[in-house]
Design a protein around this ligand. Sequence first.
Ligand code: FAD
Length: 466
Amino acid sequence: MVQADANLKRILKPGRNVTDWGGMQKAGVKNVARPQTEADLVETVKFAARSDTKVSLRGSGHSAGGHSFCQDGLMIDLRDLNRVLELDQQNKTVRVQAGATWAVLTKILEPAGLAVTTKQEFDTFTIGGSIACNVHGKSIDYGPIIENIISLRLLLADGEIVTVSRQENGELFRAVVGGYGLLGIVVDVTLQLVDDRVIEKTEVVFMNLKPLLAAYIDRVRSDPENTPLCYGFIDPEGNQGYYVTYKYVGDDRQYSLDQLKRDETNPTLFNVFIWLQRNFKFTRRRAFHLMWSGSNKPEVTLRSRRLLIWDVAPSAFQKLLFQKYFVPVDNFLPFMQKAGQILKKYEDDLPVLTNHFRFVPGNNEALLSFSPEDTICMIPCYLAKKNNRRWVAKLEQATDELLNACLEQGGSYYLTFDIIASKEQLQQAYPRWDEFLALKNRCDPEGLFNSRFYEKYSENMVPSQL
Ligand SMILES: Cc1cc2nc3c(=O)[nH]c(=O)nc-3n(C[C@H](O)[C@H](O)[C@H](O)COP(=O)(O)OP(=O)(O)OC[C@H]3O[C@@H](n4cnc5c(N)ncnc54)[C@H](O)[C@@H]3O)c2cc1C
């Protein structure tokens, strides 16, 4: 039994039962470590290696398939490593510790008139967690976050910290971004920034599915450099939908910051709205039309602000469940028609609030790219009953059908939200999965970095296959 020294005793806390945003994967972890400094982090990893304990990494815990913990492992909570190390306004770059949330960056970037290119719809996610999922945002003029990572520092299983970029350790770069913390710990990262610009809502279009998607595809392809946002919603049966477009405003100087507000529903009202949807079928029938009429208001805002819905998700969000299916643009209509039929079949057991959709610019730089070519992503939003076994069983059935419909059209799905897919489905969606595992095996031969997600999809892989 390896003893922890006094410093480690300060960092290591007793284990507990943990889950994640998805709320359906659970594990009892042996210890939780909360390092305060880089030296603490290195010491923690070396201790885990010496004591033969698996390590999982945790940012804000918004992933949904057991990516941030494993049974009897040591969970490292990275949120105290959250300092901005260097902002270079002239070259528009920032170096920041990976445990920082987007909120930390927003606070210093907005007054400087700068913004990140890509982020999720709330400011509560950590930057390390976002890199590990290679997140994509709502922007249609920028792709997944990998596009704007200049370099990062990675703590490996042997306790060494290496610089990883396109020029240095390039093979690792492609695997760490979107690699779910399985190759090492991102300690800090240097990101390319862009000017924050004023945008305005220019168009809200409501139509039946087929003409809607034709118009949407024309819109996103016609002027992408000047169209920062263009996304929409489709009703649960896949019959009709709407999209909204935002354009950059020509002269940014005519607006003061006070005038540039996000036009979003009050979070309390949103919570009531979701409660009604969960409890009354007749309100569900009207939900989509209510959302449409609510979205039809003018808005002028900063691009960085409009990447968010609210800064922090309203509480009702916690009880929703999302999935993401990425389908090559020209195949999205047949996929959506099939998906609508599947969701209709399950509507009583598995009610869906809406299907969000957005264009995702193609990028195949990451080994585990979810959108190697331009895709449209469908995001069903389930009114979940995460502790109800029947609901979970129906979700598994419907997910299998949705995955097959997506794969038939040459699509992929978001690993961050899923642990239901079979290994074969994962390999079809991510043809370089075995290459990723082989690299992991070389960098981390003892399998120090682990997770519930990894355990499922690395099962039955023996070193000779890697
Ligand atoms: C309401 C909601 C909206 C979302 N919207 C979007 C969206 O628009 N686009 C999108 O792409 N995703 C979206 N997501 C998914 C989200 O981006 C991921 O869950 C992301 O991981 C969240 O960051 P986190 O800090 O919560 O990471 P966690 O869930 O804590 O961790 C996620 C993964 O990152 C690893 N990790 C964490 N920190 C590090 C580190 N420093 N080094 C290496 N690995 C690390 C973990 O081991 C784990 O595998 C959304 C999720 C929710 C719940």
